[in-house]
Ligand binder design. Structure first.
Ligand code: 13P
Length: 249
């Protein structure tokens, strides 16, 4: 049986100024007591350099990474820039970027590969909208599995790539997918990974759940079949809220 180490990650989105760096230190302290799990914080790029020395065992990462190494891409950041600032990983394909920056599956795959080549680990996000979910569970499973396979970078490997399933309708809404809904989706994604990558890599790749995870529901979610961790938005902004989720892993 493949043993997958639990992974608890926070995504600060467009939140956090230097005044909040104390939370990074406090979260690092909580994570230091847990050498049985991985903990990461995906911060605004402006905080990475200051947060990196405070992170300790907590992987400090970015929220996006451009697919090109350098060039005329105003406002974007390359993997090398993020790594130089102190990032050890990045998110790619978050639904907010797919929605507001029109990122396609091909863009996401290219970003993941560029990040890996630049020495960053990658959390690749997928998920369905409410519209798709309301067409039925089977439609939702097929949609997200297809999105995942189309977003997989060349050479996808569990050593550096993690998947996060985040139903768009559960992000920031307080509406959480139920453990049976999560288990069914993660099983569909596991099957898609095994088909795309082979049994060994497909079974070893971690699949996180994200969408309104909190201290109240984390234990149930983290003990659901095929759930290898959580990607947490709002409840990752303070050690007081993130601590119980780390403890639940
Ligand atoms: P919330 O936990 O705030 O719902 O956000 C989830 C998310 O999008 C994490 O990437």
């Amino acid at each position: 049986m493949t043993v997958r180490r639990k992974f608890v990650a926070g995504n600060w989105k467009m939140n956090g100024l230097k005044g909040q760096l104390g939370e990074v230190s406090a979260i690092a302290e909580l994570a230091a007591a847990r050498n049985d799990i991985d903990v990461a914080l995906y911060l605004p790029a402006t905080l990475i350099a200051a947060a990196a020395p405070l992170g300790g065992a907590v992987l400090i990462g970015a929220q996006d990474c451009h697919q090109e190494e350098a060039g005329a891409y105003t406002g974007n950041l390359s993997a090398a820039m993020l790594a130089e600032a102190g990032a050890r990983g990045t998110l790619v394909g978050h639904s907010e970027r797919r929605q507001y920056q029109q990122e396609s599956n091909a863009d996401v795959a290219a970003k993941a590969l560029a990040a890996h080549k630049g020495g960053l680990s990658v959390v690749l996000c997928v998920g369905e909208t409410l519209d798709t979910r309301e067409q039925g569970d089977d439609v939702a499973h097929a949609f997200v599995a297809d999105q995942l396979v189309a977003s997989l970078p060349e050479g996808a490997d569990p050593q550096w790539l993690t998947i996060a399933y985040e139903p768009v309708w559960a992000i920031g809404t307080g509406k959480v997918a139920t453990p049976p809904q999560i288990a069914a989706m993660h099983a569909a994604l596991r099957a898609a990974l095994v088909k795309a990558l082979g049994a060994e890599a497909g079974n070893a790749m971690r699949i996180l759940y994200g969408g309104s995870v909190s201290g109240d529901n984390a234990a149930d979610i983290l003990h659901t079949d095929n759930v290898d961790g959580a990607l947490v938005g709002g409840a990752s902004l303070t050690a007081a809220k993130f601590g119980p989720i780390i403890a639940a892993a």
